[in-house]
Design a protein. Structure first.
Length: 220
């Protein structure tokens, strides 16, 4: 098993995130350093993680997919994705892994209560146009089995910011079983959401995701 953590300028939180994971998980911890300008990579390595430094920023999904391709190449059958900002509680990992064995391919750690009114509106809109009926559409805490890892590491998943709706639609249309498990999340220890940080960021995200949802529905 492998934990994949995309990280960009997360020097204030990445060490604590790795240390928390080590308390609940005995496997490879892989940090994808998304061209950070601080010492995120060095701190992650010193904390005991394997670090893959990217020469230029690929964004959240590009960094995550890099980790999934690493998992395919090195023969991992289970991959856990987590954020580096400290929101995800490592103690949720055993709960998600347990559910993965119950006839599903993907388990999502869901905490929809964290959503602002703007985020809740976006989620409701995307449920309607995508036919993906999950409560928490943007949680980055997920567990994938080998078929899901292989699909998401493929070229079919390399498009736009695929982390949210794109990934879920691709998994859904491939017939893979997705399950949500209720978890808790902490407030961010530093920084802010890249997607919901401003009206411009939200507008760009909404536009890209609408195009993606409509495009994938037509392909289907």
């Amino acid at each position: 098993m492998i934990v994949i953590i995309p990280a960009k300028n997360e020097s204030k939180s990445v060490v604590q995130v790795i240390q928390d994971i080590q308390r609940y998980f005995d496997g490879t911890i892989l940090v994808i350093d998304d061209a950070s300008t601080d010492n995120t990579a060095q701190l992650a390595m010193e904390a005991g993680a394997t670090v893959l430094p990217l020469a230029f920023s690929l964004g959240a999904w590009g960094a995550t997919q890099t980790g999934l391709r690493y998992a395919v190449k090195h023969g991992y059958n289970t991959a856990i994705t987590m954020d580096a900002d400290g929101q995800h509680e490592a103690e949720s990992i055993p709960k998600l892994l347990y559910e993965l064995g119950n006839h599903c391919d993907v388990v999502i750690g869901a905490y929809p209560e964290r959503g602002s009114p703007l985020r809740q509106f976006a989620w409701a809109f995307f449920r309607k146009i995508s036919s993906v009926h999950l409560e928490d559409l943007t949680s980055g805490l997920r567990v994938y089995n080998r078929p899901a890892i292989t699909l998401l590491a493929s070229r079919a998943a390399t498009l736009l910011e695929y982390q949210d709706m794109g990934v879920l639609m691709l998994l859904n249309q491939a017939g893979l079983q997705i399950k949500e498990v209720s978890i808790n999340m902490r407030p961010r220890t530093d920084g802010h959401s890249r997607i919901f940080s401003s009206w411009w960021a939200v507008s760009r995200y909404m536009m890209q995701t609408v195009v993606l949802c409509v495009g994938r529905r037509k392909l289907r």
